[in-house]
Design a protein. Sequence first.
Length: 277
Amino acid sequence: MVQATQTVSAKLHFFSPPSDGSRPYAYINSTPGKPNTSWKPEERLVEIENVRGNESSVSLDTAGFQYYNEPTKHKSFRNDQEIEKEYYPESAELIKKLTGASRVVLFDHTVRRRTGETDSGPDKRQPVPRVHVDQTTESARARVRRHLPESESAELLKHRFQIINLWRPISHPAYDWPLALCDFRSVDKEKDLAPVTLIYPDREGETLGVKYNPGYRFKYLKGMTPDELVLIKCYDSKEDGSVSVFTPHTAFEDPSTPPDALPRESIELRALVFYDD
């Protein structure tokens, strides 16, 4: 018996270019006297499909993301040093197992606990209600050079590599402010995206803003548990049209969230993923 498609209608925020034609930017940390971003989001009502029971309809190389049931040994997620010591090694091995990669280098993580407060520091990171792609081609390559010595990075950049986020709920199921992911096959790479400069205190990075397109196919897995995870492809150097290259994604307020749902808690782990080919 085929499960009926379940969808919800939710408001998502898309990229809208600065009205003066200037370079779009966003400050990572609040800067007194300056707006956090040079552009204003465009709110649109979008249908989002719940793929619970139909998880196999998406995969890392087709849609750009893939769901798995893979419990983790580390449970607390309260101490960054413990996360790096315990969660990083098991996650690196898990990513290798799930992707077939030859090498995985984890370069950072973010724990998010929704409190309703402003995202103003590393201890108050909130779900991000903005459709975006974490990396551009240039910023992805810069990540490899930043996190690995030149003696290794030059050779690695000659072969296929990816940047993949491993996202999972922590403590309890994520009914509250879940993660919506956009099927790569519904994105127009030439028209839908715009580079946005990220301004850090000591450097600049770059992400992709995502403009609204009525053809987008957004998905989510309702009520993801801490034993479940999603691999999100942020970049793939195999840009020959045979596989997905990235995944637009955003947190969203699900109108079907149970009234007694606990505020969302989650961790995203960011990985450089290398292949021998």
